[in-house]
Ligand binder design. Structure first.
Ligand SMILES: [Zn+2]
Ligand SMILES: [Zn+2]
Length: 284
């Protein structure tokens, strides 16, 4: 759980000082705090989300991605409690049994709306961290943005930060974990309830470019490969799908066969007749 106390005190001081410079610095503090809140959720879900699967680094998109792929509670308000008496066999407990237990509250995570934080993050930059373009040669280029526009955005962000700082605990909802070991040897974890059939997942190791297709019916992960027979020894090679498809036209992807022979793979452009390619919709 991150501590926002120092950030909140700084923003309050800068608001009190109130010059355009102070308000600009306050806006910057707000933006950094929003990033810290969102990226900390990513850190907690790190074992479940490879960085390479993130389509965007913007705070709102990061939190939405976590909630959709790894942790449904990433931005939710939730309270964590423990029962005073041990619960021996959960499958034999009814709803009433759970309700009648004596629970001791451990802490609460105060949730937030990623859309609100994302909107504020953008608005703070617009009003405080960029200058207005001059209209013409007579226009004035200021040192800072307009104080009257910055202050309300900072105050709005401060209210959000005060609310989120009420958390006494960070909770992850990664129940129902499915594990698999990549061919590179790296152990991977995923939240089963958030995986869909045929979903593509990447190995979480930053050094690995292997990817897998998830099959819901069998609860299995199928390695994405291209089979390439070696022109020297004839043995079929399983080449990872991702680096081959990232190879640009004109580049050669190199792969070494177990016999030591180097195999090169490259894209080649060729002409297709319309009848041979029914999906072709425009002239090549
Ligand atoms: Zn791997
Ligand atoms: Zn070979």
């Amino acid at each position: 759980m991150i501590d926002l106390k120092d950030t909140i005190e700084q923003i309050e001081k800068l608001l009190l000082a109130g010059t355009a410079r102070d308000l600009t610095y306050a806006a910057l503090e707000c933006r950094l705090a929003i990033e810290r809140i969102c990226y900390d959720r990513l850190r907690m879900a790190h074992a479940y989300i490879p960085r390479k699967e993130l389509a965007s680094w913007q705070p709102r998109q990061v939190v939405n991605f976590i909630a959709q792929t790894a942790d449904e509670l990433a931005a939710a308000t939730a309270t964590f409690s423990i029962s005073r008496m041990p619960i021996c066999d959960r499958s034999e407990q009814t709803e009433d049994d759970f309700a009648n237990q004596v629970w001791t509250e451990v802490g609460t995570q105060v949730g937030f709306d990623p859309r609100t934080l994302g909107r504020l993050w953008n608005a703070l930059a617009n009003v405080a961290l960029h200058l207005r373009l001059p209209e013409d040669g007579q226009d004035y280029v200021g040192q800072y943005g307009a104080s009257g526009a910055i202050r309300p955005k900072v105050e709005e962000a401060l209210a959000e930060l005060r609310n989120i700082s009420g958390s006494t605990l960070s909770i992850t909802g990664t129940l129902g974990t499915i594990s698999f070991v990549c061919v590179c040897g790296f152990p991977n974890k995923r939240t089963g309830s958030l995986l869909s059939d045929k979903q593509v997942v990447s190995c979480a190791s930053p050094k690995c470019y292997e990817s897998y297709v998830f099959h819901l019916a069998e609860t299995s992960f199928e390695r994405r490969i291209i089979e390439v027979p070696c022109h020297e020894c004839g043995v079929s090679q399983s080449v990872p799908w991702v680096p081959v498809h990232r190879t640009k036209p004109g580049e050669v992807f190199h792969w070494t066969c177990i016999c030591g022979q180097e195999i090169g793979l490259a894209w080649r452009l060729f002409k297709v007749r319309r009848n041979d390619a029914p999906s072709l919709t425009r002239d090549a």
